[in-house]
Design a protein around this ligand. Structure first.
Ligand SMILES: [Zn+2]
Length: 260
């Protein structure tokens, strides 16, 4: 078994299309007995909480975390514009986490930012303190390459110790955001997409990265193919290569234990 683990992670942010994809994805993960992390936007939970509960229930196969309350920019972004205020940031983190906890009856230690940034929230001590004080234990915001571009880098997890917030762990996402890859290559088939991901997986293995977690969006997977075949093909590849599959929650627990 390779040292590098694989993470199936999904940013669930469209109240219509993501909700059509979610049952298909959940069924695939259950059939293959492969765990997955879903980062869910708070406003989608407000709108579709009952349906989401029907899909995920309290199945431990699914790690459910927050994708912020309403998907706003947690800091200035080089291409997309200005970040929100600290007061607004508090709501994005605290309310987003609360909705996951209330709806699914389980703790929500993690938040994935909308869009993501090069080097996450490094150099933003006020924002990092606000995020920590709003109850987040890990952040997944390092999702872009230099100049806040996509694809993201292959980066290991880190703590925001240099910014005075060592309690907060960053767990990056890697490589393509699948929606952007599909935009750049119109007509991309699931088979071609998996070829692209295989190259990234090989690179992650060569680097000895702790884990490889490409950024996937249910709406975009579903738009490409309603049977979400890309994910099943990825599952088969991960099984063939013999990669261990983990979740963000499990990664957070592991690094937290390492710190003690
Ligand atoms: Zn998003």
């Amino acid at each position: 078994v390779a040292a590098t683990a694989y993470v199936f992670s999904y940013d669930l942010e469209d109240p219509d299309l993501c909700l059509r994809a979610a049952p298909v994805l959940a069924e695939l993960h259950r059939r293959h007995e492969i765990p997955a992390t879903f980062f869910i936007v708070g406003t989608v939970i407000e709108e579709r909480g009952d349906d989401l509960r029907d899909v995920f229930g309290d199945d431990p196969l699914f790690d459910l975390q927050s994708h912020t309350y309403s998907h706003r920019l947690l800091k200035d972004h080089a291409r997309l514009g200005d970040g929100i205020s600290l007061d607004e940031l508090r709501i994005e983190i605290a309310r987003g986490r609360e909705l996951v906890e209330e709806t699914f009856g389980r703790p929500c230690p993690g938040v994935r930012s909308g869009f993501g940034f090069f080097e996450g929230l490094r150099g933003e001590p006020d924002r990092l303190r606000t995020i920590r004080d709003s109850g987040a234990s890990f952040l997944s915001s390092d999702l872009q390459g230099p100049g806040d571009t996509i694809p993201g880098r292959l980066e290991q997890p880190y703590r925001y110790a240099d910014d005075g917030v060592p309690e907060l762990l960053e767990l990056p996402g890697h490589g393509w955001h699948d929606n952007v890859l599909k935009e750049r290559r119109p007509g991309l088939t699931p088979e071609e997409e998996v070829e692209v991901q295989r190259e990234w997986i090989d690179r992650a293995l060569d680097l000895g990265l702790d884990y490889f977690a490409p950024v996937y969006h249910p709406h975009s997977i579903y738009r490409q193919s309603e049977d979400c075949r890309t994910i099943e093909l990825l599952m088969r590849h991960v099984e063939e290569v013999g990669l261990r599959v983990t979740t963000y929650e499990q990664l957070w627990r592991r690094y937290d234990a390492d710190l003690d």
